[in-house]
Design a protein around this ligand. Sequence first.
Ligand code: IPM
Ligand code: MN
Length: 358
Amino acid sequence: MGKGKIYKIGVIPGDGVGPEIIKAGMVVLNAAAEKFDFCLDTVYYDFGGERYLKTGETLPDSAIDEFRKLDAIYLGAIGHPDVKPGILEKGILLKIRFDLDQYINLRPVKLYPGVWTPIKDKGPEHIDYIVVRENTEGAYCGIGGTFKKGTADEISTQVDVNTRKGIERCVRYGFELARKRNKKKTLMCVDKANVLTFSGDLWRRTCQDVNKEYPDIKIDYAFVDATCMWMVKNPEWFDVIVTNNMFGDIITDLAAMTQGGLGVAAGGNINPEGVSMFEPIHGSAPKYTGKNVICPIATISAGGMMLDILGETEAALCVEQSICKALGEGYIKSLEAGKMGMGTSEVGELIARFVSEI
Ligand code: IPM
Ligand code: MN
């Protein structure tokens, strides 16, 4: 013991249920560290709504400089009922994504065994794909403005920025993933090229250009509205999806419902050359704060993704298998808050035990 690697992990529990789910996640990650002989050296940060209300500060640039020295960031949830929408999202979550150039938002859509899906007659063999969401451009750039505010002639613009470089690195990540998954060997580019003709054209031409480097992978195109339909009707058609920031945001909430709910949906904000951040895709669920009722599996699964990116592949797989065991063998009754048949912390302990035993 103790001979393995040491990873420096920044932990941001955040608001609402954030601290509870992060605690459960850390119990599992520490069990994995013990078993696979590595060490997680954690540094906790109190960024979030409470700190903002007390100090007026969201996330200072000095924190970003500290984050650059980390191996990864583990985030609970950001969002406070007393803070106006947009402040914490932009000031903390999006700031980290943008400043650390986490240009991929990786969101696996996987129905675990034993989990109920609202999609009739579909099981884990049908719902198993992954969304590669561009994470630093598009309508999220914050470019635009307001003119004649408060008058009947008010105008607002919100610019959808698409760069060749940004698309290319995202698409390349998608091709690599399709090759690594070795399933349908298809990359599905999701856009709205029938209306958003300029950006759609750039995305599609970039896909075709990069495809030349991946002749073993087929490229397919789908409009985002039709994609929503197929995600419900024929989710088994998908393997790897690449899409822009906004479309990726929207379709992954729909996807989360098909995989049983936000209680299991995890995501990674990835900079393959830098520092990545892992989080459940759900919010801070303030009404459940401190009640020990919320499902921590999305956070645990995000922790597993973090181990994978750190290079602890075996440990990541073990976390994933332990989640499958807890859900597939009926230990956890439901993913809904208060209906799991045990508390948030107990789910963490159960999965940690499986990590040690499997
Ligand atoms: C997500 C969230 C964020 C986003 C919000 C909170 C800014 O919805 O991670 O999907 O839109 O990206
Ligand atoms: Mn979202």
